[in-house]
Design a protein around this ligand. Structure first.
Ligand code: HEC
Ligand code: HEC
Length: 192
């Protein structure tokens, strides 16, 4: 795990240096340039490891039946293990709802969720999520600094549109979310 991380960092550093050299003559503001680097890095990676731009989709039957009736079925790799543990421990006071799970069901869901949390996620986002939260234990994906940063340009009013409702409703804009696809190319924000 550690070695893989180091190799990844070296790879990223290499790609960034390369694109810096390529872009050096282009005049752009810092933010734009940063985003271009990100995109560049992603394409390079996508070419090398197929599927890195997708998250594993939730295939667990109990997780599906107990956790998708009120909202989008969140990918386990969007939160670290400790967050899922905290969420399941508080399932009787879940954002104002009592999920009323019996002990066995709760345990089964938790053991599924922590099979592949952010620490073990295969997507590029899992690592970025983990790194951005440091030692915190967010109870929401929508509170993760990396996720907030990626959505900073969306005005609060947009989330309130009828077909969206809230930031937590990932699938409203990420049209491939149910297939684990959160790539920029698949984003389409509903007009109302
Ligand atoms: C009875 C309805 C209900 C059920 C069933 C339910 N949730 Fe939730 N959940 C909510 C509400 C309400 C919120 C807050 C959503 C909001 O603020 O828009 C929420 C939010 C969340 C969030 C944070 C979303 C974000 O903003 O990032 C996670 C993670 C989550 N639920 C996981 C689960 C899991 C795991 C289960 C199954 C054990 C589950 N939920 C079942 C009602 C429910
Ligand atoms: C109102 C629409 C909307 C909602 C709701 C939304 N997103 Fe996004 N998301 C976007 C947009 C727009 C981007 C930026 C795409 C770009 O950079 O061109 C984005 C970017 C992302 C990215 C980064 C993609 C990349 O590689 O650059 C991730 C990961 C992501 N969203 C996850 C989520 C998750 C998880 C949720 C739900 C908790 C969510 N989003 C809810 C619109 C939305």
């Amino acid at each position: 795990m550690k070695i893989r991380y180091v190799v990844k960092q070296i790879l990223i550093a290499g790609i960034l240096t390369l694109s810096l050299a390529v872009n050096a003559s282009v005049f752009a503001d810092e933010d734009e340039e940063g985003e271009r680097h990100e995109r560049h890095e992603k394409h390079e990676k996508g070419g090398r490891h197929k599927g890195a731009g997708r998250v594993a989709i939730a295939e667990n039957a109990i997780y599906k039946s107990e956790c998708s009736s009120c909202h989008f079925l969140y990918p386990p790799e969007f939160l670290p293990k400790r967050s899922w543990e905290a969420l399941m421990k508080g399932s009787d006071r879940h954002f104002g709802e009592n999920l009323a799970l019996d002990e066995k069901t709760g345990k089964e869901i938790l053991s599924y969720l922590i099979e592949s949390p952010a620490e073990r996620g295969s997507s590029e986002w899992a690592g970025k999520i983990l790194k951005s939260i440091g030692s915190a234990t967010p109870l929401r994906i929508t509170e993760v600094p990396y996720i907030l940063k990626e959505h900073r340009k969306i005005k609060p009013d947009v989330f309130k549109r009828k077909s969206i409702g809230s930031f937590s409703n990932c699938g409203a804009c990420h049209t491939g979310a149910a297939q684990g696809d959160f790539e920029e190319d698949s984003v389409s924000i509903p007009k109302q």
